[in-house]
Design a protein around this ligand. Sequence first.
Ligand code: X2X
Length: 337
Amino acid sequence: MTFTRRNLLATTMAAPLALSMPIARAQKRAEFKLKFANNLPDTHPMNVRAKEMSAAIAAETQGRVDLQVFPNNQLGSDTDMLSQVRSGGVEFFTLSGLILSTLVPAAAISGIGFAFHDYDTVWKALDGDLGAFVRREIAKANLVAMEKIWDNGFRQITSSNKPIQSPDDLKGFKIRVPVSPLWTSMFKAFGAAPASINFGEVYSALQTKVVDGQENPLSLVATAKLNEVQKYCSLTNHMWDGFWFLANKRAWERLPEDIRAIVAKHINQAGMKERGDIEALNATVQKDLSGKGMVFAQTNPDAFRAKLRDAGFYTEWKNKFGAEAWATLERYTGKLA
Ligand code: X2X
């Protein structure tokens, strides 16, 4: 074969076309288009792992499943997204158990103040009987919770106007809390003035001083850049919080069983990796935030816990959850009330 100018041109021009063909075909072939919506920044480990997970699912199903990720409240607030996952407007949504408790009251149980001291206990409980109990309750609301809960983290209190060092500093403090009865009850027990605001509006609520503070894990303070509108951070570790990976039940059951198994496997694997990412971030993020001017304070958890106990917080919530659920929690955490 001789390379005339003509056939050389033909080969070089054909190459990019040939390369792009399989991709175009894979997109056309996707039989199952699934939307996953969440409230976290694009750079948060949840979304980094979710995008990897989506690629792994496409690869293993040979393009039959196209799972699209919508981060950062692109599809609305938590309240909106919860309606969407219930109606089937989105197939997947990650939500804190405490916010989910507006629909499934028992799902708040993992967020009881100062219940967990370390991650070891958190994962034993949530991957064990406590998590199984909550997932059964979620199923009763026609939602499917994947097996592995994703990590949000241990929550810390930030403020624009003063450091919170003791429970007394919380008296009358205007603090944003997520939309959830347990959160409101807990900060009322501290004597604070909690305001329920969806996460999508937190940055601007802090910026415009609608509230003076908020509480979230450091990984989220950093990725949502809340340090730009908050000066102080008190390391209270006042509760652990995680995201149930929820599926619309009808959409989930419509998937063929083999596809469902592949999707579930990758979601749970991505969740496990995300847990590791948050733990690794915890080790470095405080230093980064200090470098950007955030002022940190240590606190004495016993003083905060005593305040909750004296306000009747534990007794009230034990009665709400019921003796059996409470006993399941205490099997992991030790005696709380
Ligand atoms: O709304 C919050 O503060 C957040 C992002 O941590 C939750 O989703 C509970």
